[in-house]
Design a protein around this ligand. Structure first.
Ligand SMILES: Nc1ncnc2c1ncn2[C@@H]1O[C@H](COP(=O)(O)OP(=O)(O)OP(=O)(O)O)[C@@H](O)[C@H]1O
Ligand SMILES: [Mg+2]
Length: 197
């Protein structure tokens, strides 16, 4: 059994716990599948007896981060706050599943430095044309019409992650395969990263 998976004594043999719990940071273009994967991952973790919470960029921007836009400063502040919440939850034993575009390496480095060794970055990747074809929220269409300024992939940049723990290509696998890849990467990874503090 991998080091990060330990069976608690008082649980059925089929139930496992991720120790220490990770912060699963899902980064990628709009429409790549971050929210879909986060929603599928959460019940799977819970079924294993692991407390898991989702922090979805769209939801956080409606409440806690309402008022933040998409300037460089606001994107930084958005990520800084989400990373701190993830860390707080994580320090109290929860798996935090973060689904947020986090388009720049500097933003992901910030998140990594705040979260610490539990940070487990997953690049949820699909080519721009695939994301644009999916366009689940109609955002690409609006961005192409010029109705949304600074839309990542259209009028703002997305830097591919330099050192993700895992890249999942959602253009070549279904949601359940993507989730299985993430579970496998968690089970095989001891969080021993050097911090960028
Ligand atoms: N393997 C896959 N994993 C995830 N989603 C997939 C996959 N294959 C197809 N899809 C579809 O792609 C779309 C992804 O939309 P989703 O809202 O999850 O993207 P997102 O990355 O959260 O975007 P945003 O940054 O705008 O919130 C959904 O319609 C989903 O059904
Ligand atoms: Mg989403």
């Amino acid at each position: 059994m991998p080091e990060q998976l330990q069976k608690p004594d008082d649980r059925p043999a089929s139930t496992t716990t991720l120790r220490p719990p990770p912060v699963i940071w899902l980064t990628g273009l709009s429409g790549a599948g971050k929210s879909t994967i986060a929603a599928a991952l959460q019940p799977l973790l819970r079924a294993r007896g692991v407390g898991a919470v989702r922090l979805d960029g769209d939801e956080v921007r409606k409440g806690l981060n309402r008022g933040l836009g998409f300037s460089a400063e606001d994107r930084h502040e958005n990520i800084r706050r989400i990373a701190h919440i993830a860390r707080l939850l994580n320090e109290q034993g929860m798996v935090a599943i973060v689904a947020v575009v986090s388009p720049l390496q500097a933003l992901r480095d910030l998140a990594r430095s705040i979260v610490g060794p539990s940070y487990h970055e997953v690049f949820v990747h699909a080519p721009l044309e695939v994301c644009e074809r999916r366009d689940p929220k109609g955002m690409y269409a609006r961005a192409r019409q010029g109705a949304i300024a600074r839309f990542t992939g259209v009028s703002d940049i997305f830097e591919a992650p330099a050192n993700p723990a895992l890249t999942v290509d959602t253009s070549s696998c279904d949601v359940s395969a993507a989730v299985q890849q993430i579970m496998a990467s968690l089970e095989g990874t001891a969080p021993t990263r050097t911090l960028h503090q």
